[in-house]
Design a protein around this ligand. Sequence first.
Ligand code: NAD
Length: 277
Amino acid sequence: SKVPSITLNNGVSMPQLGYGVWQVPDDEAAKAVGTALEAGYRSIDTAAIYDNEKGTGQAVAASGIPREELFLTTKLWNTEQGYDSTLRAFDASLARLGLDYVDLYLIHWPLPAKDAFVDTYKAFETILADGRAKAIGVSNFLPAHLERLFGETSVVPAANQIELHPQLQQAESRAFHAKHGIATEAWSPLGQGRGLLEVPTIVAIAQKHGKTPAQAVLRWHLQLGNVVIPKSVTPSRIQENIDVFDFELDADDLAAFGALEEGRRLGPDPATFSLGV
Ligand code: NAD
């Protein structure tokens, strides 16, 4: 495939660019994921709460692509945190996906108010030991939450999937992850398409390279070392978002991107988010 892979801290390879399916209804997911697989994506990011694991699994089965060439991520939803409930929720996700293992299983949110992510992660370690997830990790964890895991569990998370785009660059988390061998995965890498792709600096950089603003933004992520999982249900955009391996941003471009930091969150703050607690 044209998409390069990164090596996670347990030796597992993960494509640096994948396809995210948040907000794709289950009955449209099979078609959308099928389009992405045809376009060359091999990594798919879903979650129990997205309610489209079934459609995602159907697309995987219909594609005929050998399982070992695919990288499937799903996530444990908030209401299921806890040791036993996690094991049950994981079984249910696998059944909906129609798979006997996932490549990466993530705790969707830390929910510090619930204080159950350590027990939840211990269930993840059991799932990893059973070979039913090839790698385990977290999402939306702040460095303090990761420190707590380091102290109370044995497996360093392979990845932390966090909100990250040019207006929320997450320098502190990225440095912390790099220091501890945790891959940084960027969610809403395109800022959900809301305004970011019209920012004049980004439009100008895109024009300079004969690419689109979305492609310039994805290229910025890739050159930073992030894993990206852009979402679209539009076939031309699905294609466009993977067509980012034939150009390179230069130092001036990267500096201009750096100046776009605004600390602007589009999603919830992980320190206080407590949906489902
Ligand atoms: P995104 O940044 O990928 O933006 C998607 C939107 O941008 C699309 O709906 C479309 O409106 C627009 N877009 C996409 N491609 C475009 C293009 N080429 N040109 C112009 N506009 C384009 O936002 P997202 O869906 O929020 O994030 C991507 C994935 O990250 C999700 O699908 C999901 O898998 C994951 N995610 C995870 C969490 C989490 O808590 N772990 C939260 C949000 C999203």
